[in-house]
Design a protein around this ligand. Structure first.
Ligand code: GLP
Length: 252
């Protein structure tokens, strides 16, 4: 069966800050729904500004902490929450409320030791929590989503992956003076497609070729992010630089 393609809603924003405002508004709406809907977070420079802002809003009582039920996309193998360089460590440093929610069983971290049993148990835990409602995504300059590197089959759920050379290069600064890890545990592309809504943000010139391949190239495992064209409810937020190789996106 050939899966139907659907065009993501693509918006070119004046700045990453404007894109971040739109992401923030969707998160706030989710938290105010009153149903404790699962929020899927993403890591990386793209979202670095978001977590301190969420923290400030929680601390000021403008967002309800008890409504926060969250998870995230991926973790380096062998990186428990307290280990610097890891994804949970990054998220909880930016937004310490997440550490509090983890201790309350309301922030569900990706298993860092990566056994098959732990991966399947994590998937079941997400399902029991009602599945991810809103999933935030970034994109690698090689077109990866989470740590699904080029060539990863679209059908995989959570799995262990070996990081591409460009991914390890980009991750270098966070691990200095050590070398970046070789492997990670990641949500699969099939996992990502299960989210009710996805928002992908990409900023800067270095992302432009991957963004063009995602939106205008073939839907192919060579560009894992192109799988988003099989998701019926995807929003793509770009700055002008990330959009600079696109021929047809709508401008706002
Ligand atoms: C990492 C993460 C991805 C993220 C990507 C882009 O590899 N696994 O989920 O989207 O980097 O990161 P950045 O936002 O730093 O460009």
């Amino acid at each position: 069966m050939v899966a139907r393609e659907s065009v993501p809603d693509v918006r070119i924003t004046a700045s990453p800050a404007q894109a971040q405002d739109l992401v923030f508004d969707e998160i706030r709406a989710l938290l105010l729904r009153g149903q404790r809907s699962l929020l899927g977070l993403a890591t990386g420079a793209t979202y670095a500004g978001l977590f301190p802002r969420l923290q400030a809003e929680f601390a000021a009582g403008r967002l309800p902490i008890e409504a926060l039920l969250a998870t995230h996309l991926d973790e380096y193998l062998g990186f428990p929450p307290e280990r610097k360089g890891g994804m949970v460590h990054e998220l909880e440093t930016g937004c310490p409320v997440l550490a509090e929610r983890r201790r309350a069983g309301m922030f569900l971290p990706v298993p860092h030791e990566g056994s098959e049993t732990a991966l399947r148990a994590h998937e079941q835990r997400l399902q029991r929590a009602g599945g991810v409602h809103l999933q935030l995504l970034g994109i690698g300059r090689n077109g990866h989503l989470a740590f699904n590197e080029p060539g990863t089959p679209f059908e995989l759920g959570f799995h262990i992956t070996t990081l591409a050379a460009t991914t390890r290069d980009d991750a270098k600064p966070r691990f200095l003076p050590e070398e970046p890890p070789l492997q990670a545990c990641t949500a699969g592309l099939a996992t990502i497609l299960l989210a009710r809504r996805v928002i992908l943000c990409a900023f800067g010139k270095a992302k432009a070729p991957a963004v063009a391949a995602m939106l205008e190239g073939e839907v192919t495992t060579a560009c894992p992010a192109s799988v988003l064209r099989r998701h019926g409810n995807a929003l793509v937020l770009l700055d002008r630089e990330a959009a600079s190789e696109l021929g047809r996106a709508a401008r706002v």
